[in-house]
Design a protein around this ligand. Structure first.
Ligand code: TRP
Ligand code: ZN
Length: 471
């Protein structure tokens, strides 16, 4: 493992000294050991080592270059963060790649790597509340990460470039960061690729220039983004830019092989967004669109912010689902990976509502059809708010039974109040994070005369198939 300097973790002697100092044996000394290292994980119930303690990132500036012929990524990540405790050291999450240099506020910092923890020991301690800048210069061949459920994420090479997908842990394969959804930040991403290729990310394209056979594109994401929603798609794409009738800029990037199959469905983006704004409230971001590549390693769609990713031309239901995530998941993000059903239950219910209002089955019919599934059906295998393990956070209870929870709430409060609740929840945590307890409290407060206890007990937290509603 390459290393520029001694380990950042305090050596036993330093620990001993720190102990002596805090014990007050030596006083009046500002030797800079009053802080402690930030934690190496946020103790997420499913991904305990993801994210880090001791600081909050407010901005990522990623300045990257990619060479598809060699598969090599190089660049500098500059994070602006605020210390939430006195820090002697802090961690970033980075999986693979070679770190070449780390600075904190311009001064060279010592650093060390262990697994996906990159521990940075700044030259000077950082006081609680201090806003600091850490830069990491790095390069290498980014890796594809296999999720606990066996799906592939991180950096996915394609036949003409690569796509970066980050749910739940893949973003650490291509940039160092505080990779947990509870720490959202704005982004500026600058990406240089060989001339003739496109490089598409989140937010808006603010500059593009070609020189010496290389094209550099600058993408700006102003609204807070969880790092798992960051994307980068490099390759040959048909680019379409337009503006909706309400003035929202759209940018779609489609693999030429998928262009014909995608045209009709992507032309519905303005219509889907207009319906979702009516149903969920104002669109939370300053641009929208889609990225469609060829069926690659991913094989799944992802609600990458502003611009969901599709592994081939999507059907309308999938488009509705990924765009619904812009409200539920991207704007209102899960506080931990246990809260996934707040993403997937809402996006799935969005599909049900779309069906209901576009000549298909009513949500009640869809609910009834799922409810008819036998007791050993997968949909009852665990409660949506408590997935059985990290390997199951994208299983059907999270999606379908999560949507059923919302339908049970709708049955309890009525259509009009439920419509208000969908919009109200998106508004209450717009651009923030929320957990299941926030949600149940929100619902209870919005309808204080109703008893939601049985819904929470049986549908949200209960094991097995819930008893027939109303029986
Ligand atoms: N969130 C994606 C969707 O339903 C699906 C997905 C992709 C996913 N990768 C995942 C869910 C990893 C959980 C974990 O739109
Ligand atoms: Zn989803």
């Amino acid at each position: 493992m390459p290393r520029s300097a001694p380990p950042a973790r305090p050596a036993p002697l330093a620990l001993l000294l720190a102990g002596i100092l805090t014990a007050g044996v030596l006083t009046g000394c500002d030797g800079g050991v009053h802080g402690t290292p930030g934690g190496s994980g946020l103790r997420d119930p499913y991904f305990p080592k993801m994210g880090n303690g001791g600081y909050d990132v407010t901005h990522y500036a990623l300045d990257l270059a990619y060479a598809p012929d060699t598969g090599r990524l190089s660049g500098t990540a500059t994070l602006t963060a605020r210390a939430t405790q006195d820090l002697t050291a802090f961690d970033l999450d980075l999986d693979g790649l070679d770190v070449e240099k780390v600075t904190v506020d311009g001064a060279g910092a010592r650093w060390n790597r262990a697994g996906h923890e990159l521990t940075v020991r700044p030259h000077d301690d950082l006081d609680e509340g201090r806003v600091f800048r850490v830069t990491v210069r790095y390069s290498g061949t980014p890796r594809t990460i296999t999720d606990p459920d066996g799906s592939e994420e991180g950096w996915l090479p394609t036949d003409d470039g690569a796509v970066a997908l980050g749910e739940p842990t893949g973003s650490m394969a291509w940039f160092p960061g505080n990779h947990h959804p509870s720490d959202k930040a704005s982004y500026d991403l600058t990406i240089t690729v060989p001339e003739g290729l496109e490089a598409v990310s989140n937010g808006e394209l603010t500059a593009q220039r070609t020189a010496d056979g290389r094209t550099t594109s600058a993408w700006h994401t102003a609204e807070p983004m969880a790092s798992y929603l960051a994307t980068l798609a490099i390759g040959d794409y048909d680019i379409q830019r337009s503006t909706t009738s309400s003035g929202l800029p759209l940018y779609t990037a489609v693999d030429p092989a998928e262009a014909a199959a995608s045209r009709t469905v992507l032309a519905r983006i303005p219509e889907v967004l207009a319906w979702e704004e009516k149903t969920f409230g104002p669109y939370p971001f300053s641009s929208a669109g889609a990225i469609v590549d060829r069926e690659g390693d991913a094989g799944y769609a992802l609600e990458t912010q502003n611009r969901p990713f599709f592994p081939g031309a999507p059907d309308t239901a999938t488009l509705v689902h990924e765009l619904a995530h812009q409200w539920y998941g991207d704007s209102v993000s899960p506080r931990t990976w246990r809260d996934m059903w707040l993403n997937e239950g809402f996006a799935t219910y969005g599909e049900w509502l779309w069906e209901e209002e576009h000549g298909g089955d009513s949500a009640q019919q869809t609910f009834d059809e799922v409810y008819a599934h036998g007791e050993d059906d997968d949909v009852w295998s665990f409660p949506p708010a408590e997935p059985s393990s990290a390997a199951h956070i994208s299983d059907s209870p999270v999606y379908v039974r999560g949507a059923m929870v919302l339908h049970r709430i709708r049955q309890t409060v009525g259509d009009a109040a439920f419509a208000g609740l969908l919009r109200g929840w998106a508004a209450a945590h717009r651009h923030g994070t929320a957990d299941t307890a926030d949600f149940t409290a929100y619902v209870e407060k919005s309808a204080p005369d109703k008893d939601f206890g049985p819904i929470w007990d049986d549908w949200l937290y209960g094991d097995g198939k819930p008893a027939e509603p109303g029986s």
